[in-house]
Ligand binder design. Structure first.
Ligand code: NDP
Ligand code: GDR
Length: 353
């Protein structure tokens, strides 16, 4: 199927970029991706898109670039003349943003403005639709769960503050210049392609390594944080649906169920037949194999954040009604898929990307 539309994806080498690129290629798009230069290969998540015989090789092109470099963004937008831009590129790690607040503001906040300006400067305001990867982290300390499009924002990290600026700039360019711009306020979404330092993947990789006798212990921070975890594959479909509407708008994508980190850990170990027994509390809490008594999990305050977001739980009613979007995979099933993938990869002795 060829619909001949052209999409530009920033952050194509990340988790969501990989799922979105696949979705758009399957829909017949010509896909361009922004990829930053790194000293080692960073295209592991999308390498199969070149190899899949069912997809046309020529439909996917990568361009070197960086969200901190406006001239290069303008050139790529000019050369590719995209019908749709999906701005997924970001320094996306909340804890890291406390250590790199200026860079995070530059890439995540100003980077978004650079792209919006590229659309405007090149006279593409009436042609190019824009998707902004906004986040449930915007709610931060807002409390009053479940959070929806009307819940006030209260960012609690440099990452969230940068994303707040990007959110409002996308909304501003929509109002001021008539750009078809949408903010997807996405709650956490995971998959076997999730970055290794986010808590879900850190847990499932460790469970696989511990199960195979290659790691002794898993060190974690706040076990009581609650997150609304969905599946990345389903969330990228929501991004595309937002971009297909008659006008740009802001939408929450979430499952409506929140789970603690602690429960995620228990379910992940359960997948390899290990029951966890918790002893102690706070920073002294530890998790033991209930049968052997071996200590498998330890709290390490190094992973506590200077300011924590305790509870995120989303209400995606608007997306359901206006986009016909729904999540289908439960968090329990996500845990199973991720553990299975990491055990398989560890058995093969390789990396699950
Ligand atoms: P990842 O961290 O997996 O991917 C981020 C992508 O951005 C990578 O391709 C990375 O490149 C790229 N990138 C980072 N900095 C720059 C830069 N300066 N210039 C160009 N590219 C850059 O994130 P996800 O796929 O999980 O998330 C996608 C987007 O959605 C992000 O903006 C994130 O903040 C946001 N988001 C994610 C949620 C989630 O639960 N996953 C929820 C809500 C929002 P490289 O591969 O070289 O590192
Ligand atoms: P989050 O994801 O901050 O929600 O941001 P992350 O998986 O990093 O943390 C989730 C919760 O787990 C707690 N936690 C730990 N986190 C990490 N990374 N490592 C640990 O060892 C650990 N122990 C406990 C955290 O404190 C937190 O409460 C993700 C990113 O994808 C953002 O880009 C995105 O915007 C939001 O989700 C929605």
């Amino acid at each position: 199927m060829s619909i001949g539309k052209v999409a530009l994806i920033t952050g194509i080498t990340g988790q969501d970029g990989a799922y979105l690129a696949r979705l758009l290629l399957e829909k017949g798009y010509v896909v361009h991706g922004l990829k930053r230069r790194s000293s080692s290969l960073n295209t592991g998540r999308i390498d199969d898109l070149y190899e899949d015989p069912h997809l046309s090789n020529s439909a996917l092109t990568l361009h070197y670039g960086d969200m901190t470099d406006s001239s290069n963004l303008i050139r790529i937008v000019h050369e590719t003349q995209p019908d749709e831009i999906y701005n997924l590129a970001a320094q996306s790690h909340v804890q890291v943003s406390f250590e790199t607040p200026e860079y995070t503001g530059n890439a995540d906040g100003m980077g978004t403005v650079r792209l919006l300006e590229a659309i405007r400067i090149l006279g593409l305001s009436g042609k190019t639709r824009f998707y902004q990867a906004s986040t449930s982290e915007l709610y931060g300390g807002a409390g009053n769960a479940p959070q929806n499009e009307n819940t006030p924002f209260q960012p609690r990290s440099p990452y969230a503050a940068a994303k707040l600026y990007a959110f409002w700039m996308a909304a501003t360019y929509r109002r001021a210049y008539g750009i078809h711009a949408s903010n997807g306020i996405l709650f956490n979404h995971e998959s076997p392609l999730r970055g290794e330092t986010f808590v879900t993947r850190k847990i499932t990789r460790a469970v696989a390594a511990i199960h195979l006798g290659r790691q002794q212990r898993l060190y974690l921070g706040n076990l009581d944080a609650r997150r609304d975890w969905g599946h990345a594959r389903e969330y990228v479909l929501g991004m595309w649906l937002m971009t297909q509407q008659e006008t740009g708008d802001d939408y929450v994508l979430a499952t409506g169920t929140s789970t603690t980190v602690r429960t995620f850990v228990e379910w992940a170990f359960d997948e390899v037949g290990t029951a966890i027994e918790w002893r102690g509390s706070g920073a002294a809490e530890k998790g033991y194999d209930a049968v052997t008594g071996q200590c498998l999990i330890e709290v390490d305050p190094r992973y506590f954040r200077p300011a924590e977001v305790d509870h995120l739980l989303g209400d995606a009613t608007k997306a359901r009604k206006k986009l016909g979007w729904a999540h289908h995979t439960s968090v329990r099933d996500i845990v199973r898929e991720m553990v299975e993938a990491d055990v398989k990869a560890a058995r093969l002795g390789g990396e699950n990307v």
